[in-house]
Ligand binder design. Sequence first.
Ligand code: FO1
Length: 304
Amino acid sequence: MITVLSGGVGAARLLRALSDAHDPVDITAIVNVGDDLVLHGLTICPDLDTITYTLAGLNNDELGWGLNGETWRVMDELAALGGEAWFRLGDRDLATHLYRTQRLHEGATKTQVTAELAQRHGVRVTILPVTDDPLSTEFVTDEGRLSFQEYFVRRHHDVVVRSLAFVGADQARPTEEVTAALRKATRLVIAPSNPLISVDPILRVPGVRAALRARSHDVVAISPIIRGAAVKGPADRLLRELGHDSTALGVVDLYEGLVGTWIIDEADAELADDIRARGPRVVVTTTVMADPDDAARLASAVLA
Ligand code: FO1
């Protein structure tokens, strides 16, 4: 049983490679919900959807989010009306948000709706939001407090961040499914996702960090930073702005006491001894999942 703490794109690619190499029925993703938002009255869950679409083979590779073969007629019409069109919801993608919002109104939980969507798309990996309670990541910036997507999409993550807030995290409860997935896993994996805004919101849900700490010898983490740069997104810049070392070592220090084995990229091989000196084992391999062969190599290192 493999349980993967997951953000968006990096986690989705890892999960796809793991499910090619291992029975998907034995793989569970515990997914960040700090990016979720309500817009036009619709509940949108970007990380859950990126993972579902990627595992279903329906993801939009060009954009990194949303569905392939997408059209934008609704957004174009909305923009023409002067509506809020900065967060682009494709015509096909909109169906997911309509379905989810309707089911939530009927009393279903986010966990149930996620399972329904995964099942409809033929996805056999279990995809779990870390909590069904409200949890939202916010950015305290030089230009005021911004919601996740205001910072990430509207401001193109190009604003100086002073601190992060995880609103609701202290009161949020992990779902029973999440608690069971943490308990039953023979291997716990921290995906190569942004440590500050994708993984930390998961770790802040009471009980999750303690579960990893208690099982740290079974925890494998993959660095999302290679040669001081993020594979995708603002992780390196955020690490620097928030006072951390923007290298794989900075991420190792953020997860101190949680990880038994680190997987770092070949380009960072010279950091291996420093990481070992802090306690964990280190595996050096290609961590960029640029093509299926690289992704398969990373998956086999995780499973080894
Ligand atoms: N990212 C963008 O850069 N621009 C968008 O307009 C946008 C819309 C969007 C709609 C649905 C969805 O599930 C994701 C979307 N994303 C968009 C991606 C998202 O903002 C981020 O990549 C994640 O939240 C970070 O993991």
